[in-house]
Design a protein around this ligand. Structure first.
Ligand SMILES: [Zn+2]
Length: 348
């Protein structure tokens, strides 16, 4: 399986995030991707290439132009406010809620940070835009390779993407790489695409992007939002709207869920994807379902990830894997590559 590696990912390196009432060192760190890269090389899973470059206009297939313009210039604006800001990350601290205006874009920088985000866990740094854009190119390159006939391709990127929506960032995510890959598959002629999100956290960004679409089936296995981030979306009764009704499947699972129950839910999601008649699959590949993950609550073990890869291969669909979460840094490479190796071993 070919991997497209985001060489600029390390330029996005946040210092701190707001977590449970205090600023703590970021969990989403550059070494995550480096661990996966080392494991891929060690197991010789396949070629590792830089992505091709695209016109930035392609990002508007998924994201609002004012949002992209804000992200593109945000760091320069932040530093222009105060020279000392060059040593500080930008973190949002104020947000519009129900009854407030979100249709007027404020001039104040902090207010725009809040308008285009939904949490204080996602620092914007000097290299965020370049890293996120290069990550998007990885996802698009992987989709292109699959459209060209490859059985599968892997976008090894950070920052991750599945919490990013049409005009908002959060959950460590800025550009929704999986959603871009899915749209690229559609634009390349695949009539129905499925996005299967196996990250511990519900992919609220992806769901909101495709909630009214019949050509995009979104299925997610995740920690129950009653207790788990992102809290405000991801319930089982969210099944789509309008033409997209019936094209959204949320399978929330309680904190503490182990592999047997998780694997059962995966089977349910794969059957739904088959019933939908999807012609290609995008996997939001997060491995924060691991028992040792510092911010999550499932109990999957290293060998379980091989079984996951085998199950995904059984769908028999051209597949784009997009790297998402996984914060147990010393195991993130093993767990991620176990999924890919399980997929490869199963054959197609
Ligand atoms: Zn996650």
């Amino acid at each position: 399986m070919i991997t497209f590696y985001n060489e600029r990912h390390g330029q996005h390196h946040g210092k701190a995030e707001m977590f449970r009432g205090e600023l703590v060192p970021c969990f989403e760190v550059p070494s995550r991707v480096e661990r996966v890269l080392a494991e891929l090389r060690g197991r010789r899973l396949g070629a590792i290439e830089a992505p091709q470059a695209f016109d930035e206009a392609v990002l508007e297939r998924v994201h609002a132009l004012p949002y992209l313009q804000f992200l593109r210039g945000a760091w320069e604006e932040w530093v222009a406010l105060n020279g000392g800001n060059a040593q500080r990350d930008a973190l949002p601290s104020v947000w519009p809620v129900r009854g407030h205006r979100s249709d007027v874009v404020p001039q104040n920088f902090a207010a725009r940070m809040g308008l285009f985000s939904y949490d204080a866990g996602t620092p914007l740094t000097a290299g965020t835009w370049d890293a996120a854009r290069e990550g998007a190119w990885c996802a698009l390159s992987a989709a292109g390779r699959v459209l060209g006939g490859a059985r599968a391709a892997f976008a090894l990127t950070r920052p991750p993407g599945h919490h990013a929506g049409h005009d908002f960032f959060g959950g460590y995510c800025f550009i929704n790489n999986a959603a871009l890959a899915a749209q690229a598959l559609r634009d390349g002629g695949v009539e129905r695409v499925a996005v299967l999100d196996i990250d511990y956290h519900h992919g609220n960004g992806t769901q909101t992007l495709y909630y009214d679409r019949a050509d995009m089936f979104y299925a997610s296995l995740h920690g129950d939002p009653l207790t788990e981030y992102p809290f405000f979306l991801g319930h089982a009764d969210e099944t789509g709207v309008g033409e997209g009704l019936g094209c959204n499947l949320n399978l929330p699972l309680p904190r503490g869920t182990g592999f047997p129950a998780w694997h059962g839910a995966l089977g349910q999601a794969l059957r739904a994807i088959a019933d939908h008649g999807a012609g290609a699959l995008v996997v939001s590949l997060g491995v924060d379902t691991f028992e040792g993950d510092p911010i999550s609550g499932f109990r999957l073990r290293q060998d379980d990830y091989l079984r996951i890869g085998e199950a995904l291969a059984s769908a028999g669909l051209p597949t784009v894997f997009v790297f998402e979460g996984g914060y147990a840094v010393s195991e993130v490479g093993i767990n991620t590559v176990n999924v890919l190796e399980g997929f490869e071993q199963r054959g197609g």
